[in-house]
Design a protein around this ligand. Structure first.
Ligand code: TYM
Length: 336
């Protein structure tokens, strides 16, 4: 039986942080051998908020290199850049024309990000989930491994599929496949180091709020030293009054690879003075091999370009077939 297909992506806006890693990439790596995987760097999404053209290309390469450094295996996975496969933009237009406007204005992320943009909010930000739907649907993906914050966008993708199939498909002959979100129980929502009630995010103005995968040991030490805690002795999971405590214990559990029960038992009598150095050294040790591999990849001339060139070819082949299928269903005649 053919393997199920997985598609996911990350925006090249700044460095990857522990939220991206624990909510998404770590799970891509863990599950990759049971699936046929496509991982893209979503550089078209990156311009839906003001961006810096001088760094876009380098950031895109850095994210692709980090996918490899985190353990994505090219024997079962394809890595590519979204803007290299023009079918993503083209399918977005076709899907735009069947997506009701109010589905997009209802999206939580749009509302949150639009507030920050004020008068300057662009159409691209509103349309962002349709582009994400196109990313997923072009590959007939069965599963989409993401963090909790992307769940609503995958539900929207499913609604778009239903609408397209219903309006233009034939009975029992769907045009597009409905994907399912794959969200892990632990790490699906990693919180800020400076406020345990807010998500760790690339757009937080304070770099102290997140640990980036490429942060050197001294920076990690400083961030954990300064992170927000509480005055209570004894560390426990799941106390709603202690969001920072729950988040930091979760980070320790995921960075150490220990079970929740073991971490709960180990930390139940600890104070922050004892716990913080433990979390610090565990995090540094976990990230060290990723950082070493990243450097090795970036130091090898031409390697990343060749990975992305191959990825583009493989992705384009599949994406163009799906695009043709949708165009035919919508009534377009294809050029000969
Ligand atoms: P992006 O770039 O914001 O985030 C990439 C991935 O990281 C997850 N994530 C988190 N998980 C746990 N805790 C956090 N604090 C945290 N912050 C981010 C996100 O859920 C995501 O899985 N729209 C997407 C990118 C995208 C995409 C796609 C994803 C574009 N097309 C197609 C899947 C399939 C985004 O902006 O992710």
């Amino acid at each position: 039986m053919a393997k199920q297909r997985v598609l996911s992506g990350v925006q090249p806006t700044g460095n990857l942080h522990l939220g991206n890693y624990l909510g998404a990439i770590r799970n891509w790596v863990k599950g990759q051998h049971q699936y046929d995987n496509f991982f893209c760097v979503v550089d078209l999404h990156a311009i839906t908020v003001p961006h810096n053209p001088a760094t876009l290309s380098a950031d895109t390469h850095a994210i692709a290199a980090l996918y490899l450094a985190c353990g994505i295996d090219l024997d079962c996975s394809t890595i590519f850049v979204q803007s290299h496969v023009s079918a993503h933009s083209e399918l977005t237009w076709l899907l735009n024309c069947i997506t009701p406007l109010n589905w997009l204005t209802d999206m939580i992320q749009f509302k949150e990000k639009a507030v920050k943009q004020g008068e300057n909010v662009g159409v691209g930000l509103l349309d962002y989930p349709v582009l994400m739907a196109a990313d997923i649907l072009l590959y007939d993906a069965d599963k989409v491994p993401v963090g909790e914050d992307q769940k609503q966008h995958i539900e929207l993708t499913r609604d778009i599929v239903d609408r397209l199939n219903h309006q233009y498909g034939k009975p029992n002959q769907p045009i597009l496949k409905s994907p399912a979100p794959l969200i892990s129980t632990d790490g699906a929502r990693i919180m800020s180091l400076t406020d345990g009630t807010r998500k760790m995010s690339k757009s937080d103005p304070s770099d102290l709020s997140r640990i980036n995968l490429l942060d050197p040991p001294d920076v990690i030490r400083n961030k954990i030293k300064k992170c927000k805690t509480d005055p209570v002795r004894g560390l426990v999971f799941g106390d709603p009054e202690r969001p920072e405590c729950n988040n930091l214990l979760t980070l320790y559990m995921l960075m150490s690879g220990k079970s929740k029960q073991d971490v709960a038992a180990e930390c139940q009598d600890m104070g922050w003075g004892q716990f913080k150095p433990l979390l610090t050294e565990t995090t540094i040790a976990h990230l060290q091999p990723i950082q070493d591999k990243y450097k090795q990849i970036m130091d090898e001339p031409g390697y990343l370009e060749s990975v992305l060139h191959d990825g583009r070819q493989k992705a384009s082949e599949i994406a163009n077939q799906t695009l043709r299928r949708v165009k035919v269903a919508l009534g377009y005649s294809l050029p000969t």
